[in-house]
Write a protein of this length. Sequence first.
Length: 709
Amino acid sequence: MQRAFSKRTRRRWGFWLAGLGLAVALALLAADRARDWTLQYLQRTGTQVLLSRIGEIRSWLDSYDYLPFLLTQNRDVRALLLYPNQDMGVRVSRYLEQTSLVAGSSGLFILDGNGRAVAYSRWRDQQDFYLRSHRDRNYFTDAREGQQGRRFRIDSDQLQPAFYLSAPIYDERRFIGAAVVRLSLALLQERLDPGVPWMLTSSDGRVFAASQSGWLQQPFAELAKESRDIRLDNGTRVSLWPSRTGGETMVQSVQLDDLGWTLSIQQDAGAARRNQRSAMLLTLGGCIAFALLLLFLRERALKQRLQRQAQQALANSEQQQRDIIDTAQVGLITVDEQGRMRFLNGTALQQFGLSASLALAQPLRRLLAPSAGFGVLERALGRLGQRGFAPLIGQEAVGLRGDGSEFPLLISIRAMKGAHAGQARYLVTVIDISRRKRLERALQDANETLEAKVEDRTRELQGMQQELLQAEKLAALGRMASAVVHELNQPLTAMRTYVAICRKMLQQPQLLSESLDEVDGLVGRMAVITSQLKTFAYRKPERVEAVSLLHAIDQALALFRGRFVEEQVQVDFKPDIADDRVAGDSARLEQVLVNLIKNGCDAMQHTEAPRRLSLQLLAEDGWFELRLADQGTGIDEGALDKLFEPFFTTKQIGSGLGLGLSIVRSIVRDLGGNIRAENTPEGGACFILRLPRYEQVKKAERGEGKADS
């Protein structure tokens, strides 16, 4: 029987496949015929359009044939060529201008026997036209040989294609010049109907006129590189080009032998594709309709058998759903509008330790014990069967087993679709979370232990941090003490020596005075050292005033004038600002500038002369920026971050305490500005000092005063 059924199936499939092959063959044949007929129609239409376009082009050119001969007969033109003078040239140019306007040409001009223009219709706006020579132009050579010139060329100066008509001018039999008419092909482009796209190609294969600007100056071969030629059933060949819209266009061309031009038109071949598609669809539609008729008769016979199979599948599905519900890992309970249980699956009965006979028709509340979230659950059960009922999802509660023991659970209540015997039903989902609660308690205990350990470790780290801060303070104090001791030790030793000398020179006042002067100098040096420490701890001034930044720079530079000359240092400073007032005090501002200039000179001590110190002052919105750059060896990258720290210095011991730049930063901050250092690409160092304008500070103070009031 199976063998017979298989044979019948193969025969049925063979029948349908044969019918499908026949339908496809008929559809392809109809589509090919429709496409060929459409292309033949487009070819005949294109031939008529080509003939019409050729007639329009020749008519346009013939309408200007009389114009060069008209110019040759003008007496003023002959007189200008025989007796050239400026007045006659202007007169003829005006005549050409009027004639060009009436005739609608692009330009008229008269050439003498050497090919130089002596009159031009556009003499008002193209005076340089008279400077060009036309001796080698083909339209002039034609006229010089006694022929009527009809030449096409692209002007190199205007890059526009034009057609030239020329005629010779004779004095008796002597050639004295030529009359030339220039016709811009833009006039022809405006005259031809753009309804059917067209293009004109010169003898060198380049498009010089077209209805679409994108084709101009393009090689025809480049435009046709993706084309393909096909032969139609009537024996003609047509060329198909791809279009920008994804379809195809049919291009037909004809050559104008006397002009050396090729005229091409382009027609949309989309109609051929549409007709091809329509013919295919109609053929396939007829075949499909016939097949549908056969299928309808067959389906009618199978309808009853399918209905029986569907009923059997529905029964199997219902049984499968019941099996899934009974074996689900969560408890499923259905309740009615009064909250009485109507169904419990096996998992729910196992969770609560009940039998179906004891649980059915009982209120759901009996399975729940009062707990923290019982109020929310009670309100949800009270809204069963009412319009204000909202689903309850994932509410924690406590369940009661049949033996009286309790267990934590997650309960959800949702309305079921449809109604049973006119009453709404609700699905209650119950998940036992006893194991999760045990894990949560274990995790909480672990977190508490971890937090205690973190607090102990934090206290240990804080203690270590305090110890590190104290060690850093002691290290800074040690560096300071070492520097101060070294700086003060030499003056004190010298003072003891000079005091001993003074005791022995009490009888020689002159020598005693010189020794006392040396002692006074040493005391002054010690005062400078201690004054740096005092300035390091200087407090911010309570009030600021307007200070001239340029004056402070001049004062600081004046202090180093002798050193500049001695060390051959060139100062480059050219200020160009109107208002140079900053907020601060002049003494501290000069101290900042002196420190920066001194550092720049010190950095260039070991470089070759001449040495250059550059100061550049820039004015910004509310700020002044002073850039002081030297040509020294620069600053190590590791020292840039520590450069402004107290007692940090890159100089040798005895050359300073390392407080200069720290004092500079402290003063600049007190004045409301900032300072930074960087290396220049040339190899030196540059300090950038930014100070606020005096007006900006006063505005801020007035704003603060208004806010305080």
